[in-house]
Design a protein around this ligand. Sequence first.
Ligand code: PLV
Length: 322
Amino acid sequence: MAKPFHLNTPLLESVGMSKRVGTTVYLKMENSQPSGSFKIRGIGHLCQQLARQSKGVVCSSGGNAGMAAAYVARKMGVPATIVVPSSSPQLVVQRLQDQGATVKITGRVWDDANAEALRLQETEGLTYVPPFDHPLLWQGHASVIAEVAASLGPGVKPGAVLVSVGGGGLLCGVVRGLKDAGWTDVPIVAMETAGADCFNAAVKAGRLVTLDDITSEAKCLGAKTVCKKAFEYSRCSELTIISELVTDQQALSAVQTFLDEERVLVEMACGAALAAVYSGLVRRLQDEGRLPALLGPLLVIVCGGSSIDMEQLTLLKHKLQA
Ligand code: PLV
């Protein structure tokens, strides 16, 4: 098999988070991937399988899937077109262009950009790279859990895993990884922000739900419909997937605390998962008996994200904390 594009990222113990939760918290630092997020795992794998002979790839993205596709395409010597909605900040457009990609801005939300990417696949004969809904992506993302298992060593198993959910690709990859490791009894806490909550809406309704709009500032969680596989996993009796929401303010506040305590800047999509610790949600789930009171090590997938810098952080602070 070809050498993967992703790195084996550090697994760090967080003293600050461990103190809050009362058990050891491990951070899987996907922010340190070359493209700035976990997305490169799945997208690198998918492109190695599907884009070798391609005349070009086209990816619809809130930003980070695009960053991964642009990076991988550049390394493979294939042109990349990334379609983003107008809600993606200018800084990510610039970063995509710096990776050598052609950027097209279409529509207001990711679903609009995706329609355009699918059109370009047809009219231009480009290889379509989906951001979250493909078995090859999930297979690639599963490597994150395999690495954690190798880092923790035999006999150590997480008590729970914290992940952010946008379209559900990371969630599906984590489930696959847990299955491969023989860890299907490990509960997953699936985090979204209110206003970008297509997974939570589906879990509550007992069917796939398409949101009217994305009103959260966590734009990279902004798919209107979660992928079918993620929904199916939520109903699978072998798995425990707890779907929870935080507010934009909680996600942003988590981004700031994480920057202060861990010295790492991530975007709000990632802040949604971090907020489960900082807002006391994990403690509440333990009090409610939905997570064990005596919890084994908590694994937080620090999914990362490139749509953030100090200017964007200040802007979000003014917008959300006014
Ligand atoms: N972002 C996708 C989908 O956007 C994208 O195009 O970049 N954390 C970060 C930093 C992300 O960028 C994403 C997805 C997620 C978490 C959620 O991953 P998913 O979509 O696989 O559930 C609309």
